[in-house]
Design a binder for this molecule. Structure first.
Ligand code: MRU
Length: 346
């Protein structure tokens, strides 16, 4: 079973390589990123995206900043690297993993005695973040695979696959693990307007691995659920607060539909995505540009004078969630999220 790794760090050339996800599915273009400024632009443009992949990008970005910084003494060196980390962290405010990944590497270097030691520690920690994410995705996949029958059809929204992580995926990791275990699972991928992560990315990576996948427009989910064609919904998450799951705009709609039709609605996410001491109302939801709504290719579909609303994420109340699949196991309602963080799951 294959699964693409969308990002890597080359220590020798001091370069981050990543797949430009804006070019998929038409072109597999690899970006060679040699500066934090270029990485920030890539994250803003969603060349690299998806919560766990953003965590890895944040960690690699701080390591890159450490490799590139020319300061010779540790104090000024840490000041420059911290400024770069802050720049990275603020690029996308909703996905908690981006800030988490940058903090992991900053924490690892803060007590370094000198610049060479700081660089060495930054590289080691950034690689740890990458490999830990891969291990988490496989653990999430194995726990989640138990929830699916031999012939489940799973609806998913956006892309919570290998492209959104270091590899394997969270929601799609569950699918991959179920198939690896011999189940005949198939996927309904919602196209995910406005940026079509489902149609472009989920369909691309699943078809590449010969996993059965069919794309639908987002507006078709209700009819499909009503017809009995969906056995479960599984999505990823960008931030899980004490009361809600933040994920790609449209997720909340699927959760309501699933509840109405008696279909289980699962969220697959590593513990690094949890932010349980915060409430949904405290979270900043990223607002994206007008063009993403008004324009497809070279054509404009909205009159110039008409305003648009383009939030990137919505918040699904936990009461609509049947289970959260983590690397430590599956937590079910009532969600004792503080216990989960301490590692006490079923
Ligand atoms: O704006 P994006 O494409 O970064 O949004 C991504 C999502 O909403 C994913 O579902 C989420 O990050 C989970 S990825 C495992």
């Amino acid at each position: 079973m294959n699964s693409t790794s969308p990002i890597s760090l080359d220590k020798k050339t001091r370069c981050i390589h990543y797949i430009d996800q804006t070019a998929l599915p038409n072109e597999e273009r690899i970006v060679e990123c040699r500066s934090v400024q270029r990485l920030v632009k890539g994250i803003q443009r969603l060349e690299i995206r998806g919560a766990p992949a953003l965590g890895v990008a944040g960690a690699f970005g701080v390591a890159l900043a450490a490799l590139q910084c020319r300061k010779k003494t540790i104090g000024p060196f840490l000041e420059v690297v911290s400024r770069d980390a802050e720049l990275l962290r603020s690029t996308r405010p909703t996905a908690v993993n981006l800030g988490w990944g940058t903090c992991r590497v900053l924490d690892a270097i803060k007590d370094a005695p000198d610049v060479p030691a700081a660089r060495e520690r930054a590289l080691i920690e950034a690689e740890k973040v990458f490999f830990e994410d891969t291990a988490c995705c496989h653990a999430i996949g194995d726990h989640g695979a138990r929830l699916l029958t031999d012939t489940s059809t799973v609806l998913t929204h956006c892309n919570a696959g290998a492209l959104a992580c270091s590899s394997w995926g969270t929601a799609l990791g569950v699918i991959r693990s179920a198939i690896k275990a011999g189940k005949h699972v198939s996927v309904i991928a919602c196209e995910t307007r406005p940026l079509l992560q489902g149609a472009r990315l989920t369909a691309w990576e699943l078809s590449r691995d010969d996993i059965p996948v069919k794309v639908i427009a987002d507006s078709m989910a209700a009819s499909l659920m009503c017809s009995g064609s969906i056995d479960a919904v599984i999505v990823g998450a960008d931030r899980i607060t004490g009361d809600a799951v933040f994920n790609k705009i449209g997720t909340y709609m699927h959760a309501i539909l699933a509840r109405y039709h008696g279909i289980p609605f699962y969220v697959a996410a590593p513990l690094s995505t949890f932010d349980v001491n915060r409430k949904a109302c405290e979270v900043v939801v990223e607002e994206r540009g007008r063009d993403e709504i008004t324009t497809i290719g070279n054509r404009t579909y909205v009159p110039h004078a008409v305003p648009v609303w383009n939030p990137a994420f919505d918040a699904t109340p936990l009461e609509l969630v049947s289970g959260i699949i983590t690397e430590n196991g599956i937590i079910r309602p009532p969600f004792a999220l503080t216990d989960l963080i301490r590692g006490r799951t079923k």
